[in-house]
Design a protein around this ligand. Structure first.
Ligand code: SF4
Length: 306
């Protein structure tokens, strides 16, 4: 297959061709034991759901995490930014999954139609835009799809070798459903090794349309944990890929990474148990206060955010 230099670079250096690592067959069970053993005694008021965002909120400020637990976040409404985000992800799904090769604008239009059919909130947002506004949004998607196609080898043509999956929802239920970990991974590549099932053969990628943030590395480690709990074997590598530049931040997955993330989950579950049991949250103000629903009433809120 003929590839451009950036596509070849992604194939050789991000996806890689080196022999994949083999993990211990009991790794998943040891992770389950670590989490369940540590949080079994907690008396949670109701089943707890944790995702990468909740863990990041706790890492920034326990008060922000408490606000989430108490359901204080305003109901979600699309902005131009979030609508473009979901549309770009749907468009990449269309690009990778379509039977026929489509050009980027047709991909964007198909994605908008499918998303409007399936997601009520997007449909409402989409129908509320004027035709020029819709066109602008479609052009933003065309730009990102073009960047995606310029960064990756043509995944549609490599389905047999790479089994690409987009927007993979992964959920792990622990403690009989009292604790659920969940997330949706933008792109997973790799075919399981049927002869050696504990060999890590998958790559998990988050596609980013903006700049880098420090928590992206933890987000990807969380996805590695989720995949281990769900599939029994971790991805060999996780990465955030920045569509604007085609560059990425990648990390090899190791047992230590997975246990580190399991400990973050345990810390979040313990914090949730204590907060819901009436303990006061420890407040750590910062620039994130601007996105906190408690910003106007919190005694520690970062002044400029309020
Ligand atoms: S306003 Fe800031 S300090 Fe207060 S709870 Fe929210 S994030 Fe924490």
């Amino acid at each position: 297959m003929l590839l451009t230099d950036p596509q070849r670079r992604t194939l050789d250096r991000l996806i890689g061709t080196a022999e994949r690592p083999v993990f211990a067959a009991d790794l998943r069970q040891r992770l389950v034991d670590r989490i369940e053993g540590a949080v079994r005694e907690l008396e949670l008021r109701e089943p707890l759901w944790l995702g990468k965002e909740a863990l990041n909120q706790l890492a920034r400020c326990e008060g922000r995490f408490a606000a989430r637990l108490e359901g204080e976040d305003p109901p979600f409404e699309h902005s131009v930014h979030t609508a473009a985000g979901v549309l770009v992800h749907k468009a990449i799904e269309v690009d990778v999954g379509s039977r026929d090769g489509l050009e980027p604008h047709a991909i964007a239009v198909t994605a908008a139609e499918r998303l409007a059919e399936r997601e009520e909130r997007f449909d409402e947002y989409w129908r509320g835009r004027t035709a020029p506004e819709q066109d602008e949004l479609l052009m933003e998607v065309v730009r990102k799809v073009t960047l995606f196609q310029g960064s990756f080898p043509p995944l549609r043509e490599l389905r047999r070798e790479m089994a690409p999956v987009t927007e993979l929802p992964v959920k792990a239920q622990l403690l009989g459903g009292d604790l659920t970990l969940s997330g949706k991974i933008d792109l997973v590549l790799g075919v399981p090794d049927r002869l050696e099932p504990s060999r890590a053969t998958r790559l998990a990628v988050d596609l980013k349309t903006g700049g880098a943030w420090p928590e992206y590395a933890e987000d990807m480690r969380f996805y590695a944990l989720l995949m281990t709990l769900r599939f029994g074997v971790p991805p060999y590598r996780v990465a955030s890929l920045f569509l604007d530049s085609g560059e990425w931040q990648a990390e090899e997955v190791a047992e230590e990474t997975l246990f580190h993330t399991a400990d973050r989950v345990v810390a979040a579950a313990r914090s949730a148990g204590a907060l819901l049991g009436g303990r006061e949250a420890t407040l750590t103000p910062g620039s994130w206060c601007g996105w906190c629903p408690r910003v106007l009433v919190c005694p520690s809120a970062e002044p400029r955010s309020a």
